[in-house]
Design a protein. Structure first.
Length: 142
């Protein structure tokens, strides 16, 4: 699975959650990519281009109406904040160090676009990892 030693993570979004369709749900093993600090503090910094930084919730959802689900919810920047549309697309997050802090550069593209296909190729073993979530959303990392 993807882990904090890797620098890039991408995932097919599916329909997305939330009224703004900006909430990306991840299983616990994929959430490990974002590191201990993000998971402990339940926030992370997302960059949408140079200088556009957003502190966003990254919340553990261990109990969903009495059912143990072991998943995380990342609230990406909404359209009102200048964020793109996410539903049924592919999200990529690249780990950067900005002023000593960990920041995740956000990129979004359409499924099967040239960018998506390049990300798939880059995450192929042995240099990367690819898999599918229980909800049949493909992901990769390197």
């Amino acid at each position: 699975m993807c882990n904090p030693t890797q620098s890039t993570f991408w995932i097919e979004t599916g329909a997305m959650q939330g009224g703004s369709r900006n909430q990306l749900e991840l299983p616990n093993d994929l959430a490990e990519f974002f590191g201990e600090e993000a998971r402990t503090n339940e926030v992370m910094t997302i960059q949408l281009g140079p200088g556009n930084l957003f502190i966003r919730p990254f919340v553990y959802r261990g109990d969903d109406y009495g059912h143990y689900v072991d998943r995380w919810r990342l609230c990406l920047p909404t359209a009102q904040m200048g964020g793109p549309e996410y539903a049924n697309r592919v999200v990529r997050l690249d780990r950067l160090s900005v002023g000593g802090a960990t920041v995740f550069q956000l990129s979004v593209t359409d499924r099967n676009s040239p960018e998506h296909l390049a990300w798939r190729n880059q995450s192929a073993p042995p240099q990367g990892e690819r898999g599918t979530t229980q909800g049949d959303r493909e992901y990769g990392c390197w």
